[in-house]
Design a binder for this molecule. Sequence first.
Ligand code: DC
Length: 223
Amino acid sequence: MIITIDGPAGAGKSTAARLLAERLGFEFLDTGAMYRAVAWACVDRHVDPHDSAAVSETVASISIQFEDERILCNGQDVTTEIRSAEASHAASIVAAVPAVRLEMVRLQRESAAGHNYVTEGRDQGSEVFPDSECKFFLTADPGERARRRLQELQSRGQSGAIEDVLNQIVDRDERDRSREIGPLVMAEDAVEVDTSGQTIEQVVDFLERTSRERLGSSNLTTG
Ligand code: DC
C-alpha cells in the first residue's frame, strides 16, 4: 500500500510523512532527497545543473541508496551535504531534466514495489503512484513556509534572512510548477490539507485518521 504526500517546499511534508509512516508501521520515502543527491553529485563534479546533457550523464553514472535515515550517493553518506543552499538550488534545476526524472521515478517505483510506503514529493500522487488510494496535497501560505524553512536552516546551524528564504521558496515553487515533466500539481483525487496555523500533531492526526478510513484499519497497525 502506498500513501502519497505532495506539495510545495516548506508545507511540512517531510515531517508529516515521517510521523505518519511511524504511526502506521509503514516505510518512508523522501523523494526530494533523491533529487538533492543528484544535485549534490553535479555540484561535486562541477557539472552545471543547467547543462541537461551533462546532468543526464551524471545521473546515469551514480547510485543512490537509502540506509535507515541516511542517503548514500555512490556509497558516500551525503545526508548533510544535500541540505546545503547550493544543493537545494541545484536540485530544483536538475529536477526538470527528463533523464533525471525518468531515473528517479524508476527507482521510486522499484523501492516501493511490494512494500507499505508513505512517499513524499511533488509528483507522487499525480505521476509516480497514480493508483494510490490515499493521496494528500499539503499547502501553507508562503510566509509561513518561509518561516518554517528558516527554522529548519537555523536548527542545522545555518542562517539566512526571511526575505531571501521567501524569495527562494517562491522561485522554487515556480520552477516546480512550470516544468514539463512531473510538475508540482495536485492529483484530482488528492485530499488538500492547508497546514497554515496547524501544529504538526494536528496535521498528522488528520492524515492518520483519513489514511485509516481510506485504507481500512484492518490492513494497518494500530497506533
Ligand atoms: O522536498 P525537497 O525540498 O527536498 O525537494 C528538493 C527539490 O527536488 C525540489 O526543488 C523539487 C524537487 N522534487 C521533485 O521535483 N520531485 C519530487 N518528487 C521531489 C522533489
